[in-house]
Design a protein around this ligand. Structure first.
Ligand SMILES: *Cc1c(COP(=O)(O)O)cnc(C)c1O
Length: 363
């Protein structure tokens, strides 16, 4: 007879996260458009800061993340003492679940929300509660109706991934206003930098005015530093204090801190990337529409392309793959018949449009 330790309840119910694929068979040259990475790469200054670290890796990094928090605070006009940095924003989402949820509690997220919300909820022993969206848009009334005495966290990304949709700021404010005091609203701002709506601040202002909202941000998307794993959050003092007690003492590497600091200060490069993204995203959306592929207006660095049916989406995925373009099948996000296409550089975007236009014409 063998004796084996058991994982905590709920852990074996977790289906491991599957990231965007980066390899395909047959094509010589592969372009990865499956993980919303920046096709133009990071700021040259970030690469320089990262490289400079190579001769100094024997010492621990600054566990207080002081220089990075200061840079973020200066660039975004925030208070540095209300910022916490993490190993990707993923770590911060996980810490929030560990700190505020547990057995007997519930964590609410939207129907097409990021897969990690439910995973981190289960890791903490909490129960994820999925709330239906209104035709791929966050439905604030439905979220409020799902909140119970057991709810601790509500996760919302606005813009959301993989839909790309954005609901008005006033709706997010209404959500924050109407949540009971035992619930914390987590605004996942993984795509906040890409939003070009006037007045949009990724909810930093909302965080500043209230004590029940926290905003998470990442260096993996527009800043092009996915490999280094750096994210941050801005929250009320009491939340930052809690997260600082839960996190590891050196949860961000020295290389990550240095590169992220340089990246956030290089606002010119960020702006360039945001504008390029908008230009090619809008161009691709028009080409897709012309080819008979629908999509909602996207506010991120991707388009959620809706094909007439599941089989057509699968065949389109195969056609792209055969030519070396890997996009994301988002059936697992309750979006059957959809492919999420990261906006690549001009060459990649033109190629994707060309492949899909010919594919749809030949059906
Ligand atoms: C990419 C992404 C994240 C996590 O990014 P990190 O690399 O962990 O910082 C979080 N939320 C959403 C919606 C994302 O798309």
């Amino acid at each position: 007879m063998t004796h084996r330790i058991n994982a905590q309840p709920g852990i074996l119910d977790i289906t491991p996260y599957v990231g965007g694929e980066g390899k395909t068979h047959g094509a010589n040259h592969v372009t990865k458009l499956s993980s919303n990475e920046n096709p133009l790469g990071p700021s040259a200054r970030a690469v320089e800061a990262y490289t400079a670290l190579a001769t100094n890796i024997a010492t621990y990094p600054d566990g207080s993340h002081f220089a990075l928090r200061t840079a973020i605070a200066e660039v975004h006009g925030l208070r540095a003492d209300r910022i916490i940095c993490g190993c990707g924003s993923d770590e911060i989402l996980s810490l929030l679940c560990q700190a505020y949820a547990g057995p007997g509690t519930e964590i609410v997220h939207t129907q097409h929300g990021f897969a990690m919300y439910a995973i981190y909820a289960k890791v903490a022993g909490s129960t994820p509660v999925v709330v239906a969206e209104d035709t791929r848009r966050t439905d604030v009334d439905a979220l409020l109706a799902a909140v119970t005495d057991r709810t601790r966290l509500v996760f919302v990304a606005n813009p959301n991934n993989p839909t790309g949709t954005l609901i008005p700021d006033a709706e997010i404010e209404r959500l924050a206003d109407n949540l009971p005091p035992h619930v914390l609203l987590v605004m996942d701002g993984a795509y906040a930098e890409f939003v070009r709506e006037p007045g949009y601040d990724g909810y930093a202002g909302l965080v500043g005015r209230r004590d029940n909202v926290v905003m998470t941000r990442t260096f993996s998307k527009v800043y092009g530093l996915g490999a280094l794993r750096v994210g941050w959050a801005y929250g009320p003092d009491h939340v930052i204090d809690v997260l600082n007690r839960v996190r590891g003492p050196f949860n961000v590497t020295a290389a990550g801190l240095a590169a992220a600091e340089a990246a956030v200060r290089d606002t010119e490069w960020t702006e360039h990337c945001v504008i390029q993204n908008e230009v090619w995203r809008e161009w691709l959306a028009r080409q897709l529409a012309r080819a008979g592929i629908d999509s909602d207006p996207s506010h991120g660095n991707f388009i959620c392309a809706r094909f007439p049916d599941v089989d057509t989406a699968k065949a389109a995925d195969a056609a792209l793959r055969q030519r070396g373009y890997i996009v994301r099948d988002v059936q697992g996000y309750d979006l059957p018949g959809c492919l999420r296409i990261t906006i690549g550089d001009e060459t990649a975007t033109r190629a994707v449009a060309d492949i899909l236009t010919k594919f749809m014409a030949a059906r």
